[in-house]
Design a protein around this ligand. Structure first.
Ligand SMILES: Nc1ncnc2c1ncn2[C@@H]1O[C@H](COP(=O)(O)OP(=O)(O)OP(=O)(O)O)[C@@H](O)[C@H]1O
Ligand SMILES: [Mg+2]
Length: 368
């Protein structure tokens, strides 16, 4: 069982708290992505699993075994780093075999594992070449191959795609996912790129400033972010936010802000609190619609300032609701700078946040 369990794990460097009281259960054979902005503690968390960083507090387990004091070589993990230095004077075959030779694995077994890894990664025809005779993407696959031949219980990867150009990144991303399906092993994958996280993760752990914010499937994080940080970090372009006030009247309950108004979305009926409360409303660019929609909606009035044509869609930067609003809409509307827009958001897509705690208001049933 290759589960990885963080129990109240902290890592401090003097006064710097790199990882603060982390609790995270990584399941057997899952593809767990750690994501967050630079400096949030992703690499430190991964290096603690690898045994390259001492744990200041808490307990770290692989399976049932506590590994706090187990040396890296006895942990049955393999790590792929962002910089994947290969030995330039060795062939690809020898680069793949090197770690196994150090471990005194029998020659026949080494040959078999190298052959299999090369086949999985489509490197068979390059085995007798030197690293300089390969493209960047092929070299990256060799780095993955070095990890595969180890046959570890857990793969650890720290931004392994960041040295590749955009096209190769997409290809290699798919390769790593295929590898995961084929090996059916636990992967822990670090990236600062939320798109990589969304496309690759079985589940995603979002971190900020050393603290775990939320763990969930990509869809859970997209649909139900727990706080403003996760709401703004997951999704591209980022979620729009605006200040509104809740008013409860005889006729209707409503949210009202500068250039934005909405009936109270039914999912917040239980959690909205008292009339007069200030709230932050959140809505995603792709959920804004020009023109009428069926069912209840929030309405935003905004003036288009910049229009980026993307083919089938247009990205509109507009001013409204007291701030910049970004909308992704069908390009057939042919919005021009200066146009006054009436944008609508389906009520079930609206998020609300407490301005003091930044936590999302809990969702109740969406239906009336
Ligand atoms: N050896 C060290 N000594 C002191 N502080 C450190 C050390 N290593 C990391 N830190 C600090 O710990 C925090 C977390 O660093 P970490 O490398 O885990 O971030 P990260 O999330 O991987 O960021 P990035 O996306 O930039 O790689 C940072 O504030 C960093 O400055
Ligand atoms: Mg890092």
């Amino acid at each position: 069982m290759a589960t990885v369990t963080f129990e109240n794990v902290s890592k401090r460097y003097g006064d710097v708290v790199a990882v603060d009281d982390l609790n995270l259960d990584i399941r057997d054979a899952e593809f767990m992505v750690l994501v967050g902005p630079s400096g949030c503690g992703k690499t430190t968390s991964l290096r603690m699993i690898a045994g390259l960083e001492e744990i200041t507090d808490g307990t770290l387990r692989i399976g049932e075994r506590i590994i706090n004091d187990v040396p890296p070589k006895d942990r049955d993990i393999a790590m792929v780093f962002q910089s994947y230095a290969l030995y330039p004077h060795m062939t690809i075959r020898d680069n793949l075999a090197f770690g196994l030779k150090l471990r005194h694995i029998p020659r026949v077994q080494i040959d078999a594992r190298v052959k299999e890894a090369a086949a999985i990664l489509d490197l068979t025809r390059y085995l007798d070449r030197k690293p300089r005779e390969l493209s960047g993407g092929q070299r990256q696959r060799v780095a993955l191959g070095r990890a595969i031949v180890r046959e570890p219980e857990v793969f650890l990867m720290d931004e392994p795609l960041s040295n590749l150009d955009a096209k190769l990144r997409v290809e290699t991303r798919a390769n790593i996912l295929r590898l995961h399906q084929r090996l059916n092993t636990t992967f822990v994958y670090v990236t600062h790129d939320q798109i990589e996280a969304m496309t690759m993760g079985t589940r995603i752990a979002v971190m900020n400033e050393g603290r775990l914010q939320q763990v969930g499937t990509p869809q859970e994080l997209y649909d139900r972010p727990i706080n403003r940080f996760v709401a703004g970090f997951i999704g591209s372009p980022a979620m729009n936010f605006a200040t509104v006030e809740f008013t409860s009247g005889n006729e209707a309950n409503a949210l009202q802000g500068s250039s934005i108004s909405a009936p109270l979305p039914p999912q917040f009926r239980e959690s909205v609190g008292a009339s007069g409360r200030q709230l932050i409303i959140g809505f995603r660019p792709e959920h804004l619609v020009l023109g009428p929609i069926s069912g209840g909606s929030a309405v935003v009035n905004a003036k288009a300032e910049v229009v980026e044509y993307l083919g089938n869609e247009e990205l509109i930067h507009a001013s409204g609701a007291g701030r910049d609003i970004v909308a992704l809409i069908d390009s057939s509307f042919r919005v021009r700078p200066g146009d006054m827009l009436e944008l609508r958001i389906p009520l079930d897509r609206v998020q609300l946040f407490d301005p003091d705690t930044n936590f999302a208001l809990p969702f109740g049933p969406v239906t009336a």
